[in-house]
Design a protein around this ligand. Sequence first.
Ligand code: ADP
Ligand code: MG
Length: 708
Amino acid sequence: MTDVLGRDIKFVGGVGEARARLLAREAGVRTIGDLLMRFPYRYIDRTTLRRIADIDESMESTYVQIRCRIVGRSIVGEGRKQRFVAEVTDGTGSAELLWFQGVKWIEKRIELDREYMVFGRPSFYRGRLSIAHPEVESIEQALSRKVESGYQGIYPSTEALSQLITVKGMHNIVHNAWQIVAGDPSAFADPLPEDIRHRNALIPLREAIYNIHFPQSAELLRAAQYRLKFDELLGVQLTIQARRNERHTRGNGFIFPRVGDNFNAFYHTKLPFSLTGAQQRVIKEIRADMVSGRQMNRLLQGDVGSGKTMVAFMSMLLAVDNGYQACIMAPTEILARQHYASMCRFAEGLPNVRIAILTGASKARERRAALEGIASGEVDILIGTHALIEDRVQFMNLGYVVIDEQHRFGVEQRAKLWTKNQQPPHILVMTATPIPRTLAMTLYGDLEVSVIDELPPGRKPIRTYHYYDSARLKMFGFLRQEIAKGRQIYIVYPLIKESEKMDYKDLYDGFDSISRDFPLPQYRITVCHGKMKNEDKEAAMAQFKRGEADILIATSVIEVGVDVPNATVMVIESAERFGLSQLHQLRGRVGRGGEQSYCILMSGDKLSKDSRARLDAMCATNDGFELSELDLKLRGAGDIHGTQQSGDAFELNIANLATDTQIMEVTRNEAIAILDKDADLARPENIALRELRDKHKRRERIDFSDIS
Ligand code: ADP
Ligand code: MG
């Protein structure tokens, strides 16, 4: 059965050696099966003919098809600027067709007074409709052409691919491949048991494949998409749920039975405040995992300022009290140093906790102390950045790993850390970027989730305002008032000198202008950005933290974790340039003390619809979960952890984590039910399901079994 699908692509009509090589290199397509599993990402409706008079600006980025007559043709311009212009009309209006390339070639093919079918993307210049580089077919040809479908699929392409294979060419190749498959009814046999198909009203796989390439109607296209997404997400869920089952039965987790001296001493004599109910609950959950005999893999979500660091520290004490080492990995140098400072303070006077730090910027002495101490067992807690995953970091007996602000770490980096041990340590991944449920279900379907849903008492909700640049002076006035009250202020800029062209203020301009408006000695300003040397960055941060600067001008290096309770105002410049979760993170830098805090979003006067939606949402709510759901809707799932991560873990072919929530839930339940009856998919009737699962597994870049 796999014969047809396994056949080399080069024998398909329209391909040949050169294109086959290109398809393999650019798209990983080697066989007919590969080709047909590469779906269009968009469709052009070829069934609709537009009247020129009906085409307006709102259609600018879509495709339109018109039937029209050539009423004028000319070559305009000289040399490289030369272009071919055809005037057309369809009786309702007129338009201009333009070619900047292949002028000689097209000139021979466009005849005056003849009728053509024209297809392309409209644009308007001074109110006049024009279409650049349209597809053009004589009307006779167009009407006689036998089409497989009224919807023409557009396939993903790359620069190199598009050089050698046109949109139409690709369409033909897929068509020819399908002709071969059509002769073999066993190809794309359905992997799903009848009951699942029936229960979920799924069309047969073969029909879905045909319709995804050549939709016979809008309904069938939808049904095909649903079916293919279903298969894909079922494959994902079978992998995840099996992994979860395995972890639950494996019983190879370290057991930390004791709540010992360090924990008790800290809890009873040193804890600077009482824990919130949520913090207590989460510590209990972690502790329960640590005595269960199973390896913990827990995701801790808690909004900025909810007190995750304390949970990390106290749970690390549990590991130390049981004779194991623990480490915490932070996403930035600044944050690692901050953790180091506060945890050293926490640990002062505890009977038996030795702490070391290791970062990329560690000097020889610090580095040696950390490496030797960790190898000999003299150090109990190692704090650092991703320097911790370097090969030379050899723990004596690592029992517990905390990863702070995980969205900065790729899955692969995490994997490296936990493969250091014979026996996997317990893992706690902490994030302030609340992960929407759907995404958590896929990315972390095999993780337990804890939530800190309560802020420490006495916090006043941050007030957020949006100002246009034109109201800058008013904003400055407000800053002066706050400084007069003894408060401190962050001013954050998107990037430094990243794009000269773009009309946004970069940090240095900002610094100049703010220095002018807030002159010394009354106002003390300091700067911190990613391109500074680490020592300078730290010096600036430390100065601000000690209250020796009123204003800290920074890039988003301060985005995560930095804790200066006296800072009450966060000004975000060019706020429209930031993503929602980043804005929320930045805002979380204030509101950490008892004073009323403010977040001021500055933006240009012209805002896109999405930017406006983001800024409005920020002003409307302080709830990170609400914002993250909205964020996911606005920009899709790819980006939510920085494009890296979701791409690393799952390369989804057709399903979309942002929008396919419902299918995700259905497939999850189906997967659980299937595995309940047949945990290894060993039964003969489940062989095809196993293939579905493994197909997905192969696409995962790293094998999760290495991690846990
Ligand atoms: P995040 O969850 O963003 O990492 P932090 O751990 O940095 O938050 O905590 C934010 C601030 O709240 C810190 O100054 C911390 O000392 C303080 N904090 C944490 N827990 C409590 C609590 N239970 N009561 C009062 N303050 C707390
Ligand atoms: Mg934190």
